[in-house]
Design a protein around this ligand. Structure first.
Ligand code: SER
Length: 566
């Protein structure tokens, strides 16, 4: 069975059982700033477990189904074995008060056995701990379905979540199937979100976080797509499935996995850097370079082709730029490493990152004094700190004047899309560099040339009007009343920063009376109101002409616009 057939089969199976199909969220979580990447299908739905009615408001449904892009780099050292990947897709069905254990387990059983024709080798249930009881209900449901089924009890491994600093969590039941090597592989995790945890998972495990019962039982299931594919296609490991190119050696598998993860991360707006997401990306690219004697270009092309028509992977130039820089570093650094320099010298003088030194040392059985490295680095950083203060304020990659202009144009573009295409259009990702802005948004069709022209004209008209851009701090409730554009799923403090283009309600500056009349009647005196930390230009006339460079699909139901100021 081909991968795309299984993706579709899954979506259709749940659609015909009352689930709304929702597009994959970006790999950069929009709401939950406490996690670097989207690691599970449920992340974009976190808020709905505590507020299930919002699901009806936002999706018109209590039950949804997705194929979600995910990144997990916690097990990066295991990538290259039969099952571990840093990028993978997760198939999941979710319910916010629509159904409970009985349906969730029955659906999973039917999908695995009837739709895919696979045999379940065993399932697990939670054995209970603290205020969470043993999951007898799930055991009984499984027993009723198949009285011969091997049902095993397990502990912490079958209690899931929360992601990030707090959130829904609960006991799970997992489904295992045998792969072509005869090994049992966990393929489906069905979580019963019955609790809210006020701290991270780490804190919960240490007894430093509290669980409270959620009002409504929520369902969150996740099936690792590549693992499932391997089993459905009768393959011995994930690299032999049709989302890879039959990579045979550990090195080739690592290279393929890391390039794939990098392409997907870049396509969601991250560029290589020294902190946070940018650093994870840099590390993936550098590891791929280290394992690959050949330039990465061919492999990048192969991976892009594997996903043609399903995901749009672009901007591979970022990988090539990083590759070029790092190959030079690697060449010098390797020579120095062989000579026996310490980790600190390798880092400061030859740009050799610590984790690379550690990896190489491990391969050669050499010990590295990490404490000594950290001490020297701390001293070194004190000296160079002043140079970098202020570099990472706000969310923009670089605060030069052009990025600030593009940021304001970005607000105008969203308002234009809502005015011209559909008032319900929501942003689902953004990225601004010195050269261009990029916005991903929910939209069910490709924009026509006429629509694109109208959007451009609308933005350019607002630029010419010379509208003031004003920032106000106001109570969250007031901003919501004004209909300010919020980031999807984000949690905001009681007082928020809001940017008004056109005019702000408390200000008489800005467009003159005649111009004001021509502005959108639905938003009062302003063409755009967004929750935003800035920075922005003071007046739209500081922008030059706005031009859409490209409009394309990134995933089902998500379009992407790249635009410039010329
Ligand atoms: N959140 C659970 C997981 O990631 C099930 O979707 O495994």
């Amino acid at each position: 069975m081909e991968s795309n057939e299984i993706r579709n089969k899954f979506l259709k199976f749940f659609e015909s059982r009352g689930h709304k199909i929702i597009p994959s969220a970006s790999l950069v979580p929009e709401g939950d700033i406490s996690v670097l990447f989207t690691t599970a299908g449920m992340q974009q739905f976190k808020e709905y477990y505590s507020a299930p009615l919002n699901a009806i408001r936002d999706f018109g449904a209590k039950n949804v189904v997705t194929v979600q892009k995910c990144i997990r780099t916690g097990d990066i050292d295991e990538v290259g074995d039969a099952t571990h990947l840093s990028f993978f897709e997760m198939l999941g069905n979710f319910s916010f008060g629509g159904y409970g254990r009985q349906e969730a387990i029955t659906y999973a059983y039917e999908f695995i056995t009837h739709e895919l024709g696979l045999t379940i080798s065993f399932v697990t249930i939670y054995k209970g701990e603290g205020i969470v009881p043993k999951d007898e209900e799930s055991r009984n449901i499984w027993k009723d379905i198949d009285s011969n089924l091997d049902i095993r009890e397990d502990g912490a491994d079958v209690f899931w979540g929360p992601t990030g600093n707090s959130g829904p969590c609960g006991p799970t039941t997992e489904i295992y199937c045998k792969n072509a090597n005869g090994e049992d592989v966990e393929i489906w995790n069905i979580v019963f979100n019955e609790y809210f945890c006020d701290g991270s998972r780490e804190k919960l495990d240490k007894g430093e976080a509290k669980l409270s019962k959620l009002e409504t039982l929520g369902i969150d299931t996740g099936m690792g797509f590549e693992r499932l594919l391997a089993i459905a296609e009768g393959k011995k490991n994930v690299y032999d499935t049709d989302v890879f190119n039959s990579e045979n050696t550990r090195e080739d598998r690592i290279i393929a996995d890391h390039i794939k993860a990098s392409l997907f991360i870049i396509s969601d707006g991250v560029i290589p850097g020294n902190t946070g997401r940018g650093y994870v990306l840099r590390r993936l690219i550098r590891r791929a370079v280290r394992f690959s004697k050949e330039p990465l270009a061919n492999k990048i092309e192969t991976i892009k082709n594997l996903y043609k028509g399903i995901y749009n992977l672009d901007d591979e130039k970022e990988i090539e730029k990083e590759e070029k820089k790092f190959r030079e570093t690697l060449e010098h650094g390797m020579k120095e490493f062989e000579k026996g320099h310490d980790a600190f010298t390798l880092f400061t003088t030859y740009g050799f990152p610590l984790e690379l030194t550690l990896e190489l040392a491990k391969e050669k059985g050499i010990e590295i004094d990490v404490e000594d490295f950290n001490k020297k680095i701390a001293e070194h950083q004190k000296l160079s700190q002043t140079a970098s203060v202020g570099m990472f304020k706000g969310g923009l990659a670089n605060h030069n004047e052009q990025t600030i202009r593009l940021h304001t144009a970005h607000h105008l573009l969203l308002a234009a899309l809502q005015t011209i295409i559909n008032k319900d259009i929501k942003q689902r990702g953004s990225n601004i560099t010195e050269e261009r802005l990029r916005m991903d948004f929910l939209c069910d069709h490709k924009l026509t040339d006429e629509e694109k022209k109208k959007v451009e004209d609308w933005v350019n008209e607002k630029i010419k009007l010379g509208l003031n851009v004003v920032r106000r701090e106001m109570p969250l409730i007031e901003a919501q009343k004004l209909g300010a554009e919020m980031e999807f799923g984000a949690k905001y403090p009681d007082v928020v920063s809001v940017y008004f283009i056109g005019d702000s309600p408390k200000s008489d500056l800005g467009a003159n009376a005649k111009e004001k009349k021509s502005l959108s009647p639905t938003s009062g005196n302003h063409v755009s109101i967004e929750f935003c930390g800035g920075p922005h230009v003071k007046n739209t006339r500081e922008l030059s002409e706005f031009k859409i460079q490209k409009e394309e699909a990134v995933a089902a139901g998500i379009r992407r616009i790249k635009a410039v100021l010329v």
